[in-house]
Ligand binder design. Sequence first.
Ligand SMILES: Cc1cc2nc3c(=O)[nH]c(=O)nc-3n(C[C@H](O)[C@H](O)[C@H](O)COP(=O)(O)O)c2cc1C
Length: 224
Amino acid sequence: MNVLHVCANPKPTEESVSKQLAAAFFAKLIELRPDVELVNVDLYDEKPPFYSAELYRRVWYPVFDESYEPSKVEEMSTNYASKQAEAFNAADVLVLTMPMWNFTVPAIMKAWMDQVLCPGLTFSISKEEGVKGLHKIKSIVLLVSSGGVYKEDDDRDALSRQVRNAFGFIGIDDLEIVWAEGQNPLFFDNHEENKAIAIEAASEIAEDVAELDLNAAAQEVAAG
Ligand SMILES: Cc1cc2nc3c(=O)[nH]c(=O)nc-3n(C[C@H](O)[C@H](O)[C@H](O)COP(=O)(O)O)c2cc1C
């Protein structure tokens, strides 16, 4: 099983609740599936560039005009995106680790999504066939921590909506969320308890992921 782990958090693990969820998740997953091929992308080590006009032309102009020939500069603008897309397309499972910042994903994670979710790299798009994934990701696990508490469908939560919609667009509908909520100690006396519950949940989700039948998933993708 190939797992791509993308982490958007500048803090060391001992200071980061979301990274502690990731630690619990991977400890259990690797215990149960020692065959896991894990690729770690720490976005603070591999910083994504912001989306450029060259990247836009390189990936979108050919969608609208098959004969479009990109310039050298446009070709080079996909360096980061292509490398990340390669890891993305090789993965069976995607794990995203991040805190909630200003009610959504950290900007560095959004920049990575803008790079990776490009036509021709991780999905194809045409009038005849619509949007089709070029990846084989079966499931996404979102490991998130927040100061506040957001009930399901809370309008303020733009983070889980962002992740669900962006990856749903390219055909990944299975999203498992582990959320360490109420981590602001000023307002939540039970923040440690909330963290412990989430760490336990991360471990349980790892058990589910370990049991994913990836052969069946691959056949489904092949069948379209
Ligand atoms: C820049 C910034 C913005 C934040 N915005 C929010 C927010 O919108 N909602 C919230 O509940 N917590 C917010 N927080 C609090 C963090 O989500 C919370 O401390 C979380 O536990 C951090 O996770 P970590 O320990 O993995 O870094 C914010 C923190 C920072 C630093």
